[in-house]
Ligand binder design. Structure first.
Ligand SMILES: NC(=O)c1ccc[n+]([C@@H]2O[C@H](COP(=O)([O-])OP(=O)(O)OC[C@H]3O[C@@H](n4cnc5c(N)ncnc54)[C@H](OP(=O)(O)O)[C@@H]3O)[C@@H](O)[C@H]2O)c1
Length: 328
C-alpha cells in the first residue's frame, strides 16, 4: 500500500471515530418557515432527533447546480481561523451541520484554494448515520471535491488531491493552469476546468451539464463565498453563530468585500429555519440559521416570508455576527 493510501485510510478512520464518539446536543427549532419555499425534506430518525425535524434542500435549476453556503462564526462575528472548529460551534455544528446535513445530499463540496490547502483537507461526511443517509440517496461515499484558484496558490499535497478513487475538479484561472498543469496531467482523477475573468457562472453551467453536478455544498472561505454570492450562484446559507467570542482579529466572512455583498443581497435575504441549542437550559449556546438568498431575477414565491437582515435590507455576515433580528 502506498504512503498516501495509508494516510487516507488513517484519516477516514480518525474522522469516523471522532464523529461516532462526539456528544452532539439536540437542537430546538425557534423558527420554521420552510413551507414557504419549494424544498425537499431529508433526514432519518437520528438526524430528525438531533436537528429537531427534517433538513430542507432547495430546488436546483437545470442550468447550474444548487449552491448552499455553510459557515460558522464566533459570537462577535469572526470567521477566519486556520481551524473553524475553534470558533466554538461545537459538536452539533461540526458533525450534524458542517460534515453532516449540509453535505449529505451534495454531489460536491467546494472550497477556495486557501481553505483546501491544509495537509488533511478532504471534505466528506463521517458520522455513520450520515454515511448511511448518503448511501440511501444513491450517492457515492465521498462527494466530488471542487477547488477554485485563479493564480495557482494550490497545495497539491493536500489529501483531497491524492485519493485516486475520489474525483476532483480544479476550477483554474490562467495562473493556476500554468502553475499546476503538469502535475495535474499526472493525476487522471483531477479535471481542470478553465476559468476566465467573471466566468464563474459559465464554469458552473459546465459542472451541471457536463459533469452531472446538481448540488454543491460550498464551505468558503470568505473570498470564495463572496465571489459565489456576487455571481448570483448561492441560493441558501447555513450560518452557525457560536456562543464564544473569537480571539482572533475580527476579519469577517465578507469583510474584504462587504460593500459588494451588501449590493448583491439587498432585500433578498429570507429565513428558512432557525434552530438553537441548548434545549436543557434557557441559555442558548448555539444558533443555526438556514437563510434563502434570493437572486434579483428570482420571482417572489406567493407567500414570501419576511426579509431578514439590517434595517436597510442588507445582510452583514462575519462583521456584526448576525443574519438578522427577524429570525430569533
Ligand atoms: N468560518 C468558517 O466557516 C470558515 C469556512 C472556510 C474557511 N474559513 C477560514 O477562512 C480562511 C481562508 O479564507 P480566504 O478567504 O482567505 O480563502 P479562500 O476563500 O479559502 O481561498 C481564496 C483563494 O481561492 C481562490 N478563489 C476564490 N474565489 C475565486 C474566484 N472567484 N476565482 C478564482 N479564484 C478564486 C483564489 O486562489 P488563488 O490565490 O490561487 O488565485 C483565492 O486566493 C481560513 O482561515 C479558513 O480556515 C472559515
Amino acid at each position: 500500500m502506498t504512503r498516501r493510501r495509508q494516510a487516507f485510510l488513517e484519516f477516514v478512520d480518525r474522522k469516523t471515530r471522532e464523529a461516532e464518539r462526539a456528544a452532539i446536543p439536540q437542537l430546538r427549532t425557534d423558527v420554521d418557515v420552510s413551507s414557504n419555499w419549494v424544498s425537499h425534506a431529508i433526514g432519518n430518525n437520528w438526524s430528525r432527533q438531533h436537528y429537531d425535524g427534517d433538513f430542507h434542500l432547495l430546488d436546483s435549476s437545470p442550468a447550474v447546480p444548487a449552491v448552499s453556503l455553510v459557515f460558522v462564526q464566533s459570537r462577535d462575528g469572526n470567521t477566519v481561523t486556520p481551524n473553524p472548529e475553534q470558533l466554538g460551534g461545537g459538536a452539533a455544528d461540526t458533525h450534524l451541520i458542517y460534515e453532516g446535513l449540509t453535505r449529505v445530499a451534495a454531489d460536491a463540496v467546494l472550497a477556495g484554494a486557501v481553505t483546501a490547502a491544509g495537509r488533511h483537507a478532504f471534505f466528506s461526511v463521517w458520522h455513520p448515520e450520515m454515511v448511511s443517509l448518503r448511501r440511501e440517496r444513491g450517492l457515492p461515499r465521498h462527494p466530488l471535491q471542487i477547488v477554485v484558484s485563479n493564480n495557482g496558490r494550490v497545495n497539491l499535497d493536500a489529501l483531497l488531491f491524492n485519493v485516486p478513487e475520489v474525483q476532483v475538479i480544479l476550477i483554474a484561472g490562467p495562473g493556476c493552469r500554468n502553475q499546476c498543469g503538469t502535475a495535474i496531467a499526472e493525476r487522471p482523477w483531477i479535471t481542470m476546468l478553465p476559468l476566465v475573468e467573471n466566468g464563474l457562472r459559465d464554469v458552473f453551467a459546465r459542472l451541471r451539464n457536463e459533469h452531472g453536478v446538481s448540488r454543491i455544498s460550498a464551505i468558503g472561505g470568505p473570498r470564495t463565498a463572496s465571489s459565489l454570492v456576487d455571481a448570483g450562484l448561492v441560493q441558501d446559507l447555513h450560518l452557525t453563530t457560536a456562543a464564544r467570542s473569537g480571539d482572533l482579529a475580527r476579519r469577517g466572512m465578507l469583510a474584504r468585500r462587504g460593500p459588494s455583498w451588501r449590493r448583491s443581497c439587498r432585500s433578498a435575504i429570507h429565513p428558512i429555519r432557525a434552530c438553537c441549542s441548548n434545549i436543557s437550559s434557557s441559555r442558548r449556546e448555539l444558533r443555526i440559521k438556514a437563510v434563502r438568498i434570493r437572486p434579483h431575477d428570482d420571482p417572489l414565491p406567493p407567500r414570501l416570508p419576511p426579509a431578514v437582515g439590517n434595517a436597510d435590507g442588507t445582510i452583514t455576515l462575519g462583521i456584526r455576527g448576525r443574519v438578522g433580528p427577524a429570525l430569533v
